[in-house]
Design a protein around this ligand. Structure first.
Ligand SMILES: *Cc1c(COP(=O)(O)O)cnc(C)c1O
Length: 264
């Protein structure tokens, strides 16, 4: 009989079927990450990662204007576990230090916020986080690994909703956590207990979807820019939030890292 920990037992909720293993390898390769873990939804990835990084009494810095589900979880649910947060302007690194507290443990941003597509100074976030001993987390859903690879830019954990571009067929809900092995393992252990594991058949469907990601994203990016240009000139539209437009205030980038984000 095999000995080992609970987390090594062969059981579907413990995220270790062959379908999980091959999908994890696919995601690792795409984002240049040491380790990957798929989850039952994007929110399962986000909530489980935050509950793995933070404990009662900890404090978190978060970018303004995050995805609604994430904002509600951080502002509404985490305080019930004794975890508090402060919003920051992620484009202005000089303003962050003032918000640090002795119990600040992590910083959380999105690569283009959903829905307003606000950018962050990504390299400054990763550098600040390293310097201050924080854990840096980024939701990379809207960029996808094709347009931005946060791990290569120094982030500790990259999170995804795979329900959107990564799957591309609108027939599953799924998420992913990528990063250093040590961190992803911690998230896996928490996920094993919380139970937000991805069904193996959904793993297969996600793996299928990812095969066409590059082609789909190229077409979607071209369409999005055309639509944004059309809407920008339309008399009934007062404002278009799309960083690919030259008129967007952050078109040249939020800071020195402007070249980090490929037009998408
Ligand atoms: C959709 C989305 C999520 C949540 O993902 P689900 O798969 O619906 O749980 C999180 N972050 C961003 C940026 C999203 O667009």
């Amino acid at each position: 009989m095999e000995t080992g920990s609970y987390h090594d037992v062969r059981y579907i909720r413990l995220n270790n079927t062959p379908n999980h293993a091959s999908l994890h390898a696919q995601l690792r390769a795409m984002e240049g990450a040491e380790a990957a873990l798929v989850t039952a939804s994007g929110m399962a990835a986000i909530s489980t990662a935050l509950l793995s990084v933070l404990s009662s009494g900890d404090h978190l810095l978060v970018q303004n204007g995050l995805y609604g589900g994430t904002h509600d979880f951080i502002a509404g649910d985490l305080p019930k576990f004794g975890i508090t947060s402060t919003s920051i302007d992620a484009t202005d690194p000089s303003s962050w230090e003032a918000h640090l507290r002795p119990n600040t443990r992590a910083i959380y941003v999105e690569t283009m916020t959903n829905p307003l597509l606000q950018l962050a100074d990504y390299e400054a976030v990763a550098e600040f986080s390293r310097r201050k001993g924080l854990v840096s987390l980024i939701d990379n859903t809207l960029a996808t690994p094709i347009n931005f690879r946060p791990i290569e830019r120094g982030f500790d954990l990259s999170l995804h909703s795979c329900s959107k571009y990564l799957n591309g067929h609108s027939d599953i809900v799924a998420g992913a956590v990528l990063g250093r092995e040590e961190w992803v393992n911690r998230v896996k252990h928490r996920l094993d207990h919380l139970g937000g594991s991805l069904d193996p058949h959904a793993c297969f469907l996600l793996s299928r979807g990812i095969k066409t990601l590059a082609l789909r994203l190229r077409a979607q990016s071209q369409s999005a820019l055309e639509i944004a240009r059309f809407l920008e000139k339309h008399p009934a539209i007062s404002r278009v939030n799309y960083p690919g437009l030259e008129s967007h205030p952050q078109h040249a980038g939020p800071g020195s890292s402007s070249s980090a984000l490929v037009e998408c």
